[in-house]
Design a protein around this ligand. Structure first.
Ligand code: HEM
Ligand SMILES: *[C@@H]1O[C@H](CO)[C@@H](O)[C@H](O)[C@H]1NC(C)=O
Length: 319
C-alpha cells in the first residue's frame, strides 16, 4: 500500500515538474532574482527619459524576437562565423534599434543576479515597462524563457510580415503563431508609438487611394517620391501622439490615416476587422485589455524552457 502511495506521489511530482518546466510563470525569478523588476524598470525609464522613442523601439524588439522561432532572444545575437543572424534581415536592417539599451539592462541584471535571467525574459519585461512608461496598460509578465544558441536571417525574413502585407497575409502569419485576428488588431495598436522610415510607407502615400489626401501631402513633404532619396527620413506612426501609448492609432486608421499599407488593411471598405478597429477607437479600456491579452499570448510563442537553450551572459553572443 505504502509502495503504491509513494509511486503515485512520485508520478504526480514528475508530472508537475515536467509541467512547470514547460510553462512560463510570473514568479519564475522571485527567489533567484528578487530585484529583477526594479532593476529593469529603472534602466528602461532612464533610456526613455533620454529618448522617448526608445520605448517604441524596445517594444518592437520583443515582437521581432517572438515572431522568429519564438521568444528566445534570437533577435539580439550578433552575426558569427557559423550563422548570419537576424539584425541584417530586411525587417531589422537600418530599422531595429535599442540593442545598446538591452545591453545596459542585461548588465544591470547581471550585477544583481549573475547568470540567472535570460535575455528573452529581459525583452519581455522591457516591452511591458516601455508600454507602461509611455502611458499604456500594465500586466504581469510570464517568465522562464531561455535563450537560443543560434539565429537565422532567413527565418527573420520569413517570420516578420512586411508592411506591404494585405489583410490575408497578416491574418495567416498571426494565425500560424496561434494569434487571432483580434490579437492582430490589438497588437497593431503598438503603432500608436514610434516612427517609420519613408521607405516603409512611400508606395502608400504616393500610390494608394484609401488615405486622407491632406495626410498624404503632409507625409510626402518629408518622403520624396524617388526611391533612394530620403529613404531613412522618419515619420510618426501616430501623427498626434507618437510617444503616448493610447488608442489614437485606431482613430487614425478609421480616418484613413494609417501610415503603413498594413495599418490601413485593418480598416477597409467592408473589411472583416473593421469592427475591432472601431471598438478600439471608441473604447480605450477595451483596447488596453485586449492588448494585454494579446501581448501575453505573443510572449507564449514557442519558449525554450527546462534545459533547452541557455542563460546567455551577454545578449549579443552565445556562452
Ligand atoms: C501587423 C504586422 C506588422 C507590420 C507589417 C509592422 C511593420 C512595421 C514597420 C514597417 C515599422 C517601421 C519600421 C521602419 O520603417 O524602420 C514598424 C514600426 C514599429 N512597430 Fe510594427 N509592424 C507590425 C506589427 C507590430 C507589432 C505586433 C508590434 C508590437 C507588439 C509592433 C511594434 C512596432 C513599433 C513600436 C514600431 C516603432 C519602432 C520605433 O520607433 O523604433 N509592430 N512596424
Ligand atoms: C506607383 O505605382 C507605379 C505603377 O505600378 C509604379 O511604377 C511606381 O513605382 C509607384 N510609385 C511609388 C512611389 O511606389
Amino acid at each position: 500500500m505504502a509502495f503504491f502511495k509513494n509511486a503515485i506521489c512520485l508520478a504526480i511530482l514528475v508530472l508537475l515538474m515536467g509541467n512547470s518546466s514547460a510553462q512560463l510563470s510570473t514568479n519564475f525569478y522571485s527567489k533567484s532574482c528578487p530585484k529583477l523588476f526594479s532593476t529593469v524598470k529603472s534602466a528602461v525609464n532612464s533610456a526613455i527619459s533620454k529618448e522617448a522613442r526608445m520605448g517604441a523601439s524596445l517594444l518592437r524588439l520583443f515582437f521581432h524576437d517572438c515572431f522568429v522561432n519564438g521568444c528566445d532572444g534570437s533577435v539580439l545575437l550578433d552575426d558569427t562565423s557559423s550563422f548570419t543572424g537576424e539584425k541584417t534581415a530586411i525587417p531589422n536592417r537600418n530599422s531595429a534599434r535599442g540593442f545598446d539599451v538591452v545591453d545596459n539592462i542585461k548588465s544591470a541584471v547581471e550585477n544583481a543576479c549573475p547568470g540567472v535571467v535570460s535575455c528573452a525574459d529581459i525583452l519581455a519585461i522591457t516591452a511591458r515597462d516601455s508600454v507602461v512608461t509611455l502611458g499604456g496598460p500594465n500586466w504581469n509578465v510570464k517568465l522562464g524563457r531561455r535563450d537560443a544558441r543560434t539565429a537565422s536571417r532567413s527565418a527573420a525574413n520569413n517570420g516578420i510580415p512586411p508592411p506591404t502585407s494585405n489583410l490575408n497575409a497578416l491574418t495567416s502569419r498571426f494565425g500560424a503563431l496561434g494569434l487571432s485576428t483580434k490579437d492582430l488588431v490589438a497588437l497593431s495598436g503598438s503603432h500608436t508609438i514610434g516612427q517609420a522610415r519613408c521607405t516603409s510607407f512611400r508606395a502608400r502615400i504616393y500610390n494608394e487611394t484609401n488615405l486622407d489626401a491632406s495626410f498624404a501631402r503632409t507625409r510626402q513633404g518629408n518622403c520624396p517620391r524617388a526611391s533612394g532619396s530620403g529613404d531613412n527620413n522618419l515619420a510618426p506612426l501616430d501623427l498626434q501622439t507618437p510617444t503616448n501609448f493610447d488608442n489614437n492609432y485606431f482613430k487614425n486608421v478609421v480616418n484613413q490615416r494609417g501610415l503603413l499599407h498594413s495599418d490601413q488593411q485593418l480598416f477597409l471598405s467592408g473589411g472583416s476587422t473593421n469592427s475591432f478597429v472601431s471598438t478600439y477607437a471608441n473604447n480605450p479600456q477595451t483596447f488596453n485589455s485586449d492588448f494585454v491579452s494579446a501581448m501575453i499570448k505573443m510572449g507564449d510563442i514557442s519558449p525554450l524552457t527546462g534545459s533547452k537553450g541557455e542563460i546567455r551572459k551577454n545578449c549579443r553572443r552565445i556562452n
